[in-house]
Each structure stands twice: as C-alpha cells, then as structure tokens.
Design a protein around this ligand. Structure first.
Ligand code: FES
Ligand SMILES: [Fe+2]
Length: 401
C-alpha cells in the first residue's frame, strides 16, 4: 500500500494557490448561477464542436445546437475552402434555414420566402428583392467566430472575441498540434443527454478517485492497479484556465480474451500508421470550459459537455481515427473501442445523475475535494472568476448582452 504514495500529486504552488477549503454547492445546481455562466463563459468562449474532417470539401456543412443560448449554428466550408460559422437564421424574418444536421450544398434556401444564401454567408438572391428597403449586401447571415487547432473546430458565439483561439490556448495549442487527432480523417461518436449540471458531468472525468468503485468491472481503463489503487496521476499541470495531467498506466492490466483479441490487432496497426503516439499516450488536456482530449494506448479520445440548463447537459464522446480500417480485425478493434468507451460511460452515468439529484435538494451547502480532485477545484476557481468578472462588468455598465 505504501507504494501508492509515490503517485500522490506534488502540491505545486498553483495547486496550493487554489486553496483547500470546501466549495459552495450552489453553482452546481442553481438556475441563477447557470444564467451567469452562460453570459460570462459560454457565450464568449472558444468551444470545440467538431473536427475539420467532417467538412471535407467546398459545400460541406454541419449544424450544432447551443441550447444555453437558444442558438443553432451553421458551420460551412465555402468555395475557397475556408470555414465560416453563422447563425442558422434567415435575415428576412428569422426562419431557421436548415433542419439538417450535416450535408453538402452550394447554397441554402429559406423554406419561407425563398431567400438564398451562399456557403460564405452572403445573400445570393431573394424573390422580389427590389421591393425591400435595404441593400442586399447588408443581408448576409449573422456571423459568429470559428477557428481550428489540431484539426479541431472551435466556435465562439462572440463575433469579436477578446482573444484569438491560439491566444486562448497558449502553449497547449502547439502541443495539441503534435497529437494524432490533428491528422484524423474520421471518427466514431457517442452523444448522450444527462440529468446533470455541466460541471458535475465533466468533473466525473477529471478525477480517478471513483475508478476503483464505479469501474471495478471494466478495470478502471488501466489507470488503477495493485500499486496504485486510487489511480493517482503521474503529474498535473495548470495553464491559465486550462489544465493537464499525465494519467498513470497499469503495466500489467487484466485484459479479457476479447480485449486481447481487439487490441492485439489494433495497436500494431495504429503504431504503424503513426496514429498512436506512445510518447503522448495518457496525456490528458482539459480545455476550459468543457472539453478534454486524452491519448490512450488504443484510442484517441475527445469529450465535451454542452450545458442545456442548470441541471441538464449533452455530452459528445469521440474516438478519432486516421484513414479507413484496413481489414476486418482493425474494424473489429475500432468498433470494440467505441463499445468499451460506451460501457465505461454507462457505469458513470448513474452516479452522475444521483449526485445531481442529491445536490438539487439543497441539503449540502458545501462539497469537499481531496488532493486528487484538484482539477475540479481548478475548473470551479476559473468559472467563478469569470462569473465575478462579468458581474463587475455589469455593475460598471460595460457588459454586452
Ligand atoms: S423568413 Fe426566410 S425568406 Fe422569409
Ligand atoms: Fe468514470
């Protein structure tokens, strides 16, 4: 048991600066706090919504719902190959332009009166346009901001963000570019809705404390073992609002016969194609506010949690791949990886929702975090700092709605 202590986090200055006291419970369920988070964070922060491989050619488009802002955002690749992001809202009288989730088209025609927009957002034409009292060039779709790092597409609902995506990501931007996800050409996806606050849901994936209890059956993803029963990470990193950890790997994981079969074929194939980078296996990047990416020996995995309300969220889990599967064994390995991710997540779901129900009762004024839960503390610290800064802006009359 004493061997576990070598994996205790070294309490760096940054971790200590976050304090050790209990955290108020209200921000994890209260509607008023959630409304502030939407304004202070989600409506003005870079949010991952997908990957460039989903828009492979001019005319490709995807649509994403941002429930917290009642927004539907259309992301397009125009004829010059550039990405654009627009409100999916006709500038005539506001009708949503498309109900499709993705596709390919050279233009978008509003179903109501037939206004047609190019994939760069310009109004191409409108029936009987000369009877309007406004210039055609003023009627393009309303833009939001879009940028790419490591192939990952980020949208910012603020059309004039305070920081570019690269400024926002800081040193982590360059590090992400070295990850295999940067060259991904396809992915497997699992989308779920959950009765959980976005932080309660996300925090479940920021600590290994629960692994030995909730994931005993699935083996804790190889992050726990006899010499590290609580799955202490090897190290933590703090990078402004973002955070990293290096997850410990069990050198002798207990694999089932099916796991051995699936991964025994998959790992060499991934290694050969440079898709698995052993040096980055188990690197965990948590980008503020709601995204993380993790490299594991068999998967390249991303997960974001979009808020729907104070107590409801939508999560998107993806495993990214480079190239098509080459043979039946690789196909099986890929499908098995996604099925395993789904199984592990199913183990998490019940405790996340039970945790939310408990908090909703208001029985707790505070929650308590131990040293391994420092990433949760770091997230809440920065959420609250943004909320307080926004409140100060409001008080000074400067915040824009
Ligand atoms: S609302 Fe779109 S054309 Fe009228
Ligand atoms: Fe879990």
């Amino acid at each position: 048991m004493s061997a576990q202590h070598q994996y205790q986090m070294s309490e760096t200055e940054e971790a200590l600066a976050l304090g050790t006291g209990p955290l108020p419970a209200g921000p994890y369920y209260r509607d008023d706090y959630f409304a502030l988070e939407c304004e202070a964070i989600f409506k003005r922060t870079w949010l991952n919504i997908g990957h460039g491989c989903e828009l492979p050619e001019p005319g490709s488009f995807i649509v994403r719902q941002f429930d917290f802002a009642n927004a539907s955002i259309l992301i397009t690749r125009d004829n010059d190959g550039n990405l654009g992001a627009f409100h999916n809202v006709c500038t005539h009288r506001g009708t949503q332009l498309t109900q499709e989730a993705c596709g390919k088209r050279a233009s978008f025609t509003c179903p109501y009166h037939g206004w047609t927009f190019n994939s760069n957002g310009d109004l191409r034409g409108a029936p009987d346009l000369e009877r309007f009292y406004v210039e055609k060039k003023e009627l393009g779709l309303n833009r939001v901001s879009v940028a790419v790092c490591a192939g990952l597409i980020f949208v910012n609902l603020d059309p004039s963000p305070r920081q570019s995506l690269r400024e926002y990501l800081g040193v982590l931007g360059e590090q992400l570019e070295t990850q295999p996800v940067a060259s991904a050409t396809t992915y497997s996806e699992y989308v779920y809705e959950i009765d959980g606050n976005w932080k309660i849901t996300y925090d479940n994936f920021q600590e290994n404390y629960h692994l030995r209890f909730i994931h005993a059956r699935s083996g804790g993803g190889g992050a726990v073992g006899p010499e590290n029963q609580f799955g202490y990470p090897e190290k933590y990193g703090f990078h402004g609002e973002h955070r990293t950890q290096k997850i410990w790997t069990n050198p002798a994981p207990q694999l089932s016969a099916t796991q051995k079969l699936a991964f025994g074929k998959l790992v060499p194939a991934l290694m050969q194609r440079g898709m698995m980078n052993a040096a980055h296996a188990r690197d965990y990047y948590a980008l503020f506010p709601n995204f993380f990416l993790i490299g594991t020996p068999t998967q390249h995995f991303t997960h974001y949690v979009m808020p729907i309300s104070a107590r409801k969220s939508r999560g998107v889990i993806r495993i990214y791949w480079v190239g098509d599967d080459m043979n039946a064994s690789e196909r099986f390995g890929r499908e098995f990886s996604m099925a395993m991710a789904r199984d592990v997540h199913a183990e998490d779901r019940a405790v996340i929702e039970a945790g939310q129900r408990g908090l909703n009762s208001g029985a707790l004024k505070h929650i308590h975090l131990q040293s391994q839960e420092v990433l949760l503390r770091h997230l809440m610290h920065h959420v609250d700092a943004k909320v307080k800064a926004y409140q100060a802006e409001l008080a000074a009359g400067g915040a824009q709605q």
